[in-house]
Design a protein around this ligand. Structure first.
Ligand code: FAD
Length: 310
């Protein structure tokens, strides 16, 4: 029996989070198959086949999978399931939509957001916004789980393995793709960026004007607190935290961020945390490696200017 990993890609290459999920899949010490679905995914499948640890790539190519719906992904995984002991994916929005359907249809437990696999079928996962770590064991014959990508190293490349094609089923009749709106940005992807600069509520309408120049200097992704998102200062996909993206970059700069538990849940595993806040008692300073009690409207432009002058 093998492990099946559901791949995510951008149409050209496999996402870093999937490479991290492949490292997690290595815990079973058994062959790892990677399923790549979409339309026109030959290049992606070739990229997938070169990932160390993967022993087979299953390519599912169909026009109906150009924008895969959770219903169709679940149906495909259900069809493949009998050959596997584990179905696993990075804990992304797409996987959180598809895998619980698979678990429910197979009547097995859905184990989400695993940060450590202590033994095959025993997992550590955060609850209560990361305040408590629970160890859970699943007794199901088939394990269905998502892993927190940032808790695992990304698998690198090795000699390519074989790619097999699998026919897609007919598209689900009760759901159909209508449209997609993509945020166009020349900044790195938030979930995998090496540097993240997050802004909080006080930035208001100057969110972009203050943070973008510093992000450009550091080739950083931009994040936002939920308060900044809810107020309309930053788009929803920038939200970092319990109900947003979980990040663990090498450097995390928090400007005007109070450090609420729900925000910390999404960034406290960052390697180096820098906080800029007017309030010396702000909770963010409890997790910061470097804290600056200052007005961000002065400190951030000064930092940007110093980097430009370098
Ligand atoms: P505030 O709490 O308003 O803090 C602003 C901070 O900026 C303060 O510390 C202040 O001292 C400082 N400041 C003010 N002016 C300046 C200045 N000029 N220079 C420097 N510092 C200044 N939040 C998230 O971020 N992510 C989540 O995923 C998330 N999920 C949630 C889920 C649930 C179920 C709930 C209930 C809440 C969630 N929240 C989340 C909201 C969270 O509880 C906080 O309300 C939010 O994080 C606060 O955002 P903030 O720090 O930008 O704003």
């Amino acid at each position: 029996m093998s492990v099946l990993v559901l791949a995510e890609h951008d149409g050209k290459q496999i996402k870093k989070a999937t490479r991290q999920a492949i490292t997690a899949a290595g815990a079973w010490n058994t062959p790892i198959h990677l399923v790549v679905l979409g339309h026109g995914v030959d290049t992606v499948a070739a990229d997938a086949a070169a990932i160390a640890g993967v022993s087979e790539v299953i390519r599912v190519d169909a026009e109906s999978l150009q924008y895969p719906l959770a219903e169709d992904v679940a149906a495909l995984l259900l069809e493949l399931a009998p050959k596997y002991q584990v179905i696993l994916a990075a804990n992304s929005a797409a996987a959180k939509n598809a895998l619980p359907r698979v678990a429910a249809l197979l009547d097995v437990a859905m184990i989400s957001d695993v940060i450590t696999i202590t033994a095959p079928a025993t997992y550590v996962r955060p609850t209560y916004a990361g305040s408590v770590l629970t160890t859970v064991e699943s007794i199901d014959a088939l394990q269905v789980l998502t892993v927190r990508a940032t808790s695992f190293e990304a698998a690198c490349n090795s000699a390519p393995v074989s790619i097999v094609s699998h026919a897609a089923q007919a598209a689900h009749s009760q759901a159909r793709f209508v449209s997609a709106t993509h945020t166009v940005s020349d900044r790195p992807e938030l979930a995998s960026a090496r540097v993240v600069i997050t802004g909080g509520r006080p930035l208001e309408t100057r969110f972009d004007a203050i943070l973008n120049p510093l992000a450009a200097q550091l080739n950083a992704a931009i994040g936002a607190t939920r308060a900044a998102v809810d107020a309309g200062y930053a788009p929803n996909d920038l939200q970092v935290g319990q109900t947003g993206t979980v990040v663990a970059p090498e450097l995390y700069i928090a400007a005007g961020v109070s450090g609420a538990a729900q925000h910390l849940a999404g960034m406290k595993d960052s390697k180096v945390i820098v906080a800029i806040n007017l309030d010396p008692d702000a909770a963010i300073f409890q997790v910061a490696d470097f804290g600056l009690v200052a007005d961000l409207f002065e400190a951030v432009p000064a930092l940007t200017a110093a980097l430009v002058a370098e």
